[in-house]
Design a protein around this ligand. Structure first.
Ligand SMILES: NC(=O)c1ccc[n+]([C@@H]2O[C@H](COP(=O)([O-])OP(=O)(O)OC[C@H]3O[C@@H](n4cnc5c(N)ncnc54)[C@H](O)[C@@H]3O)[C@@H](O)[C@H]2O)c1
Length: 310
C-alpha cells in the first residue's frame, strides 16, 4: 500500500469541500477525477475551481499544475480508473457514507487509500461494509481545504498502519500539515477545540457580557493572533516566563481552574438559535458572505506566508 506514487486523485462528492480539495490537488500538479451525482454539478465544480484558482496561483502552483487536468465523470459515475488516492467529501450522513465506501471499495484496487473528509463520523462505522477496510480512514480538512493546511488523519478499528502512514506521507508531500489521532473521538480534535471556544463565546453573548462583535474581537485581536502560531499550550508556556509552563501553572493554575468552573453550557434550543442568529447578523451588518470570505482568504494568505517565513 505504501508503495503507490500518487499522481491521480479521485474526488468523490464535490460540493463546498470536495471542489476546494479538487482545486488544491490540481494546483499541486496532480490529475483529478471528480464525481458528484447532483444535477448541474459539472458546471458548479468548474465554476468553483476557477474561482479558487487565483488564490492558488498567489500561493504558488507546482510544476505542471493546470485546470485542464480535471476530469468530471458524467452523472456521478464512480469511473475512477487509474486513481491512486481517493478523497471522499459526500454528505455528512453515516448511511450514505457506508454505502458510498462499499461501492468505492468494490471498484478500486485494494492498495488505493480512501480518505473521508467527514467532520465527525466514526470511520469504524463508515468502513464497516468494505471488503478492504484496512485502506479506509479519515482525512479531515479545514474549510477552505485549498488554503488551510491542517488535515486530521484518523484510523478506524480495521484501518491498517500502512494506509495511515501512506495518507500522512501523501498529505505532507502536497504541502498539508497532517496530524495523527491515536483514537476515534466525535468531532476529531480541531472541531472540539473550535466547539469549546464557540460554546463559551455564545455563552458570553447570551448572558449579556459583551456583543457578538466584541467577543469576536476579543479572540481575533487577542489570543487568536498567538494561536495561529503556537496553539494554547505553548502560548501558556511562554506565559510562565523563564519558568515556563511549571511556573505558569503554579502562579495561575488556581485562576484557570476558577475560569473552567465558571464556563457556560448553552444548549442549542430553537430559542437560543434565534438569539444567536440575531446577534451574529447584527455583527455581520449586511456584509455579503462573498465579501467576508474574500477578506478571510486574503488574510489567510498573508498568514501562510508569515508562517512559511518563520
Ligand atoms: N463544510 C465544512 O466546513 C466542512 C469542513 C470539513 C469537512 N467537511 C466534511 O466534508 C464533507 C462534505 O461537506 P460539504 O460541506 O462539502 O457538503 P456539500 O453539501 O457542500 O457537498 C456534498 C456533495 O456531495 C454530493 N453527493 C450527494 N450524494 C452523493 C453520493 N452518493 N456520492 C458522492 N457525492 C454525493 C452532493 O451533490 C454535494 O455536491 C462532509 O463529510 C463534511 O462533514 C465539511
Amino acid at each position: 500500500m505504501t508503495g503507490r506514487v500518487v499522481k491521480r486523485i479521485g474526488v468523490v462528492g464535490a460540493g463546498t469541500i470536495g471542489a476546494s480539495w479538487a482545486a488544491y490537488f490540481l494546483a499541486r500538479g496532480l490529475d483529478v477525477v471528480a464525481t458528484d451525482p447532483a444535477p448541474g454539478s459539472r458546471e458548479r465544480i468548474l465554476e468553483m475551481v476557477h474561482r479558487f484558482w487565483p488564490v492558488l496561483e498567489a500561493m504558488g502552483l507546482d510544476a505542471g499544475a493546470s485546470l485542464d487536468r480535471l476530469t468530471i465523470t458524467p452523472d456521478g459515475a464512480l469511473d475512477l480508473d487509474g486513481v491512486d488516492f481517493v478523497q471522499e467529501s459526500g454528505p455528512e450522513r453515516e448511511d450514505l457514507k457506508i454505502d458510498l465506501f462499499r461501492r468505492l471499495d468494490a471498484v478500486l484496487p485494494a492498495d488505493v487509500v480512501i480518505a473521508s473528509s467527514s467532520s465527525g463520523l466514526k470511520i469504524s462505522n463508515v468502513q464497516s461494509a468494505c471488503a478492504h477496510p484496512e485502506r479506509c480512514l479519515i482525512g479531515h480538512p479545514f474549510n477552505p481545504p485549498h488554503i488551510i493546511p491542517l488535515v486530521e488523519v484518523v484510523a478506524g478499528r480495521q484501518t491498517g498502519d500502512a494506509a495511515m502512514q501512506a495518507a500522512i506521507d501523501f498529505y505532507r508531500a502536497i504541502g498539508k500539515h497532517p496530524i495523527r489521532l491515536n483514537k476515534e473521538v466525535t468531532g476529531h480534535v480541531a472541531n472540539r477545540l473550535q466547539g469549546a471556544v464557540w460554546r463559551e463565546a455564545l455563552h458570553l453573548v447570551l448572558t449579556g457580557v459583551a456583543s457578538a462583535a466584541d467577543v469576536d474581537d476579543a479572540m481575533s485581536y487577542g489570543p487568536g493572533m498567538r494561536w495561529a502560531l503556537m496553539g494554547p499550550s505553548l502560548t501558556f508556556h511562554l506565559g510562565g516566563g523563564e519558568g515556563g509552563i511549571g511556573a505558569f501553572l503554579k502562579h495561575l493554575g488556581g485562576p484557570v481552574q476558577s475560569w473552567w468552573d465558571d464556563l457556560g453550557h448553552p444548549d442549542l434550543t430553537p430559542e437560543t438559535i434565534a438569539l444567536v442568529e440575531a446577534a451574529i447578523l447584527e455583527e455581520v451588518a449586511g456584509r455579503s458572505t462573498a465579501e467576508l470570505a474574500a477578506r478571510r482568504d486574503k488574510f489567510l494568505l498573508g498568514l501562510m506566508r508569515l508562517k512559511a517565513e518563520l
